[in-house]
Design a protein around this ligand. Structure first.
Ligand SMILES: Cc1cc2nc3c(=O)[nH]c(=O)nc-3n(C[C@H](O)[C@H](O)[C@H](O)COP(=O)(O)OP(=O)(O)OC[C@H]3O[C@@H](n4cnc5c(N)ncnc54)[C@H](O)[C@@H]3O)c2cc1C
Length: 613
């Protein structure tokens, strides 16, 4: 690890969590907070199960749990007629499913838990009255400038300085946040002042035209948190200004007395005019990165801003652990990790696996974005789910990707992705990461430039190897198909032509496998991929095999019954069938399913078997 500390600007929930996450990985940090004291103003906050996972990872799970109130439901009320609209239970089923509860907690308590843990760490240096004004970085370190203070030097700078972040301003620009026009009034009252009939163990939201009211218990039921929001098109940002009850009442005349009385019971109301920012693509530049509200503020309707800041912090810690001295790589991976959605199998929680041997994730590549060139020992497939015109380059050739294209990046081949179209692209990533891990054979390397030089024109490999011919003297060179894009248009056309024969296999409909044209084997050494057409009203005969399979519906709709459990699907839905479970597909409309599994590996190793019911 580097000898210089990481400097963190901002001692809010995000900044303290980041310091703790780094300390857990042996990385020293200095937290610079501009206020004279570290703390949070005392309103409540809702925290989802994801926050509790983070607390555990930060080593403060027990302390955080001790301060939380565990609510039983989210209650949605109609503010106009005063009647219930819906209830979302958060009890045992919910807690088991997400392996943690949903709760509410006082902000100061939550901040205090993190602060106590930071204070007891030798690796964390907390400094108040340090307002960061800017930074300068060279290749080896970052110099951090503070108002009326000496310049500090760190190996990295994390901007956790909130919505109006100075670090963000220097890194990205874009100036002041956007005023949302939503005015929020907050009050915390003793529980005995809350109307008895509304003392519910729930986060309750009364929704009415241009307004809503939220309330929930806090601090072991000693307090109630009241949050009243009015969409009054306010134009100026305000934070924590004391206001009279008369002012709060305005805009709520049209709601039911049952809801109005909540305002009457509040006292010492304070006003905030909420602000927001548009999402940005990149939160890092060299040795500087953003975290929490500085990176991605969100309006309170999601009740997730603080939870996201905690998740950022945990991810940052992992990336420092993984990339050691290479701070720039750690920050780059941190920002990218926070944009990939790993599809977790609920049967294997926390393992980043979709099956025991395969990984699946959804990747978003925004216009003009490049995923820098790299290579790794794992085989990877991309299956395009949305967008058009992005590209993947492999071994000096680039291919444009369209919906439904199946694209391969072979093990240890240089590859990069980019999107020079004007719409975002989303694709499914399928990799054999768990398999490579099993063999302790996981390696990765970055290329010296973002994009590799191109040596062949687009479409060269498809022309050379995908036209039922091979170059006359071609000798098989490696384990992977020399074609790296199997366009959906061509595969779909093949199914459409074959459909005319009406020869449907009772188990699979019309199912084709993607092949390596050189030897007729699967296109990849460890992963097999398939495309199948099922006619409307089809019901397959039960079938099972040892290769757990990930399915993507590209067209049509239907349901698949796996081991007696029914999964409905429509276009772009993804579902997974575990190994050796009986499976039946039924369609409503003519449907196309793409799928991938580890059959290629299992067949080579002699494990694979199937059974037809
Ligand atoms: C009304 C409302 C309700 C919300 N409810 C929820 C909820 O229920 N659940 C949830 O998860 N989230 C909720 N949020 C969002 C949540 O409060 C924020 O996302 C979270 O506090 C962000 O933490 P942070 O550490 O990134 O930023 P902040 O909390 O803003 O902390 C930034 C820190 O940096 C310091 N600072 C600023 N500039 C500098 C500088 N130049 N130098 C040094 N220090 C600096 C500040 O003093 C502050 O201490 C809500 C937000 C609002 C407004």
């Amino acid at each position: 690890m580097t000898s210089l500390p990481v400097i963190i600007a901002g001692g809010g929930i995000g900044g303290l969590a980041a310091a703790l996450a780094l300390a857990r990985k042996g990385v020293a940090s200095i937290v610079l907070e501009r206020s004279a004291e570290l703390g949070e103003i005392g309103a409540g906050i809702q925290i989802g199960p994801n926050a509790f996972h983070c607390f555990d990872s930060l080593g403060v799970g027990d302390e955080a749990r001790a301060r939380a109130v565990y609510i039983d439901s989210l209650r949605l009320m109609d503010a106009v007629n005063g009647e219930p609209s819906a209830t979302i239970p958060l009890e045992e089923d919910f807690r088991q499913r997400f392996r943690n509860p949903s709760a509410v907690v006082q902000r100061a308590d939550l901040h205090g838990v993190l602060l106590d843990a930071c204070r007891s760490s030798d690796l964390i240096d907390l400094r108040t009255s340090h307002a960061v004004t800017g930074y300068r970085q060279d290749g080896d370190s970052v110099q951090i400038h503070c108002k009326k203070r000496k310049t500090l030097q760190g190996c990295a700078l994390i901007g956790a300085d909130g919505l109006r972040s100075e670090i963000r301003q220097q890194l990205i620009g874009y100036g002041e946040p956007r005023v949302s026009g939503h005015t929020t009034y907050r009050s915390v009252i003793p529980t005995e002042q809350m109307p008895e009939e509304l003392r519910w163990n729930a986060a309750t939201l009364w929704a009415g035209p241009k307004c809503h009211i939220v309330h929930y218990p806090l601090k072991g039921w000693k307090l109630f948190n009241l949050v009243v929001t009015y969409h009054n098109d306010a134009r100026e940002a305000v934070a924590g200004k004391p206001v009279s009850k008369e002012e709060v009442r305005q805009g709520f005349e049209h709601i039911a007395p049952r809801a109005q009385q909540i305002i009457e019971h509040g006292k010492d109301w304070k006003l905030w005019v909420l602000c927001d920012r548009d999402p940005i693509l990149n939160w890092a530049d060299g040795r500087v990165a953003l975290l929490g509200d500085a990176a991605h503020p969100m309006l309170q309707y999601f009740a997730q801003g603080a939870c996201m800041a905690l998740e950022d912090a945990v991810c940052l810690g992992h990336m420092f652990e993984r990339h050691g001295e290479d701070v720039e790589a750690a920050l780059d991976r941190y920002t990218r990790q926070r944009r990939v959605l790993i599809l977790e199998n609920p049967g294997m929680r926390g393992e980043s696996k979709i099956t025991t041997s395969l990984y699946a994730g959804l990747q978003l590549v925004m216009p003009d974005e490049v995923a820098p060139a790299h290579r790794h020992s794992q085989s990877a497939l991309r299956f395009v789910l949305d967008g058009s015109g992005g590209h993947t380059s492999v071994n000096g050739e680039s291919t444009i990707m369209e919906f439904g294209d199946f694209v391969i990046t072979p093990p240890w081949a240089w590859h990069d992705h980019g999107n020079h179209s004007d719409t975002p692209m989303i694709w499914l990533d399928g990799l054999d990461i768990p398999m490579a891990g099993l063999f302790d054979a996981s390696f990765a390397e970055g290329y010296s430039a973002d994009e590799q030089p191109l040596r062949r024109q687009a479409g060269d490999s498809l022309a050379r190897y995908g036209a039922n011919m091979l170059p006359v003297d071609y000798q098989k060179q490696d384990l992977v198909s020399p074609i790296f894009n199997y366009p959906y248009a061509r595969s779909r056309e093949a199914l459409e032509t074959m459909k005319q024969q009406q020869e449907w296999d009772s188990y699979h409909g019309l199912k084709m496998r993607y092949v390596n044209p050189v030897d007729g084997g699967f296109a990849m050494p460890t992963i097999s991929a398939f495309l199948q057409l099922l006619p409307a009203g089809f019901k397959s005969t039960p079938y099972r095999s040892t290769d757990a399979t990930v399915y993507v519906a590209t067209e049509g709709s239907g349901r698949t019954t796996i081991d007696g459990q029914v999964f409905e699907w429509g276009p772009r839905d993804i579902f997974v069938a575990p190994a050796w479970k009986w499976l039946v597909h039924e369609t409503e409309a003519e449907s196309v399913l793409f799928s991938y599994s580890d059959r290629a590996a299992q067949q080579k190793l002699g494990f694979w078997r199937e059974q037809r019911g």
